[in-house]
Design a protein around this ligand. Structure first.
Ligand SMILES: NC(=O)C1=CN([C@@H]2O[C@H](COP(=O)(O)OP(=O)(O)OC[C@H]3O[C@@H](n4cnc5c(N)ncnc54)[C@H](O)[C@@H]3O)[C@@H](O)[C@H]2O)C=CC1
Ligand SMILES: Nc1nc(O)c(N)c(N[C@@H]2O[C@H](COP(=O)(O)O)[C@@H](O)[C@H]2O)n1
Length: 221
């Protein structure tokens, strides 16, 4: 599977504020850029922290991009994927509406009542791992179901795990012209942090967009 990460961060590296409410970091041109990446993928993934904080929809906005997907025989929107060990996704979350299919990667011990409720709400559940979702195993399962190219949008806990698991091929990050601050505000890669072997990046492109810049990297082995 080809995995791309895209996120928007402040100039001090934060994805949102310490209250975890959604901050508008990028502008309309960047949202259009992200829309095009979504349209080019088979799946768009976030962690349960992002679902609970932002209630994102994770669909393709631009009707022309949706038409192009239909013309090449793909569903109008990529599949939505939520990394959700305990199956906490609310049944009225926007990712569970009928705009697109939704896969929830859950832990083996996820409560049965939550699994049943989420299946009733139309989600497809994939079991991987126990205490936390085993990303490598979960993504392998998604690939076997036809998701060959996956966009991961965040948040910081999930992105750290994705780099730790070594599954990320490309990273693009929009750096907005603002400071958010706060030691408890999510950053591009949270988790425990790396102390010895740091994932290395090769800078592929720098683009000025809206009032910020997009940095594009290839992630080295
Ligand atoms: N600016 C941007 O581009 C974006 C910002 N965000 C922001 O990120 C924040 C949410 O980020 P986080 O709280 O870090 O939550 P997250 O969205 O990264 O989800 C993390 C949660 O997923 C679950 N999980 C299960 N298996 C896991 C695994 N293997 N690795 C990591 N997590 C696993 C855990 O419950 C964990 O707490 C929100 O404030 C949201 O607004 C989210 C996406 C994009
Ligand atoms: N690219 C980008 N720029 C910002 O300024 C942002 N605040 C975010 N946030 C993330 O965008 C996703 C929203 O999805 P929908 O528009 O609801 O489909 C979600 O993952 C946010 O955390 N992204």
């Amino acid at each position: 599977m080809n995995v791309v990460v895209n996120a928007a961060m402040s100039a001090d590296g934060k994805l949102s504020s310490r209250r975890r409410d959604r901050v508008r970091i990028s502008g309309p041109k960047d949202f259009a850029r992200v829309d095009a990446i979504r349209a080019d993928c088979d799946g768009v993934a976030v962690g349960i922290g992002t679902v609970l904080a932002d209630d994102p929809h994770l669909t393709v906005e631009d009707p022309d991009l949706r038409a192009e997907r239909r013309e090449r025989g793909d569903p109008e929107h990529p599949a939505r994927v939520v990394i959700d060990t305990r199956a906490r996704t609310p049944t009225d979350a926007r990712v569970l509406d009928d705009a697109a299919e939704t896969h929830l990667l859950v832990g083996e011990d996820a409560p049965d009542d939550r699994r049943a409720a989420l299946r009733d709400a139309g989600a497809h559940l994939v079991e991987a791992g126990t205490e936390r979702v085993d990303l490598a195993a979960g993504l392998d399962e998604l690939e076997s179901e036809g998701i060959d190219r996956l966009l991961i949008e965040g948040g910081g806990e999930l992105l750290f795990s994705a780099f730790t698991a070594g599954v990320v091929d490309d990273l693009s990050v929009y750096v907005g012209s603002l400071i958010i601050g706060g030691r408890d505000a999510p950053t591009l890669a949270d988790g425990e942090g790396f102390v010895e072997a740091f994932p290395e990046l090769t800078l592929a492109d720098v683009e000025r967009l809206d009032d910020g810049v997009v940095l594009s990297y290839a992630v080295e082995g």
